[in-house]
Design a protein around this ligand. Structure first.
Ligand code: SF4
Length: 166
């Protein structure tokens, strides 16, 4: 049995897929228009705890082929932590064809293209990404935490690593 830490958000396209909370909350959590994770403090969940859930979900859904990693920006996880998690998923779901997550521009900028490529090779293939606006003044007003040039650089890194952006 999985006990999700609520509230739990996922993209509409992930409705039928396995959801695993690799992190809780959002590491930025400051965008002025967003209340999604205001009740949570950003937390990295221990891999051993997540592994138990993956095993239980895999046992109950042996044919599942898509996994979404929650919460707000699981790409904030350290690269090696996320790489281990991706390996666990690959070993647990034999038909796995897609692992996706929400990510911020900051998450991409904190990783090198080589690290992102390693994650891509590990199975991370899709990131849901909120640009909101290309206007620097507005990005500042909404506390997005990056300017337009940084947003573009983050997307270039994703593209170079072949991680699809939605
Ligand atoms: S980065 Fe995303 S989840 Fe985090 S506060 Fe901003 S909009 Fe909300």
């Amino acid at each position: 049995m999985i006990f999700y830490d609520l509230p739990l958000y996922r993209p509409p396209a992930e409705a039928d897929n396995i959801i695993i909370q690799a992190t809780l909350g959002c590491s930025h959590n400051q965008c002025s228009y967003c209340t999604m994770y205001k009740s949570k403090r950003y937390t990295v969940r221990p891999l051993s705890e997540v592994q138990r859930e993956i095993e239980a979900l895999a046992q109950a859904n042996p044919h599942a082929n898509k996994v979404f990693l929650a919460d707000g920006d699981a790409l904030a996880l350290p690269t090696q932590h996320l790489a281990l998690l991706l390996r666990l998923l690959k070993n647990s779901f034999p038909r796995l064809s897609r692992v996706s997550l929400y990510a911020t521009a900051q998450n991409f900028l904190e990783k090198s293209v080589e690290e992102l490529k390693e994650l891509r090779e590990g199975g991370l293939s899709l990131s849901y990404f909120g640009i909101e606006t290309g206007n620097d003044e507005l990005l500042g007003k909404i506390d997005k935490g990056v300017n337009a040039a940084q947003m573009i650089e983050a997307l270039h890194r994703a593209h170079e690593a072949n991680i699809k952006i939605s």
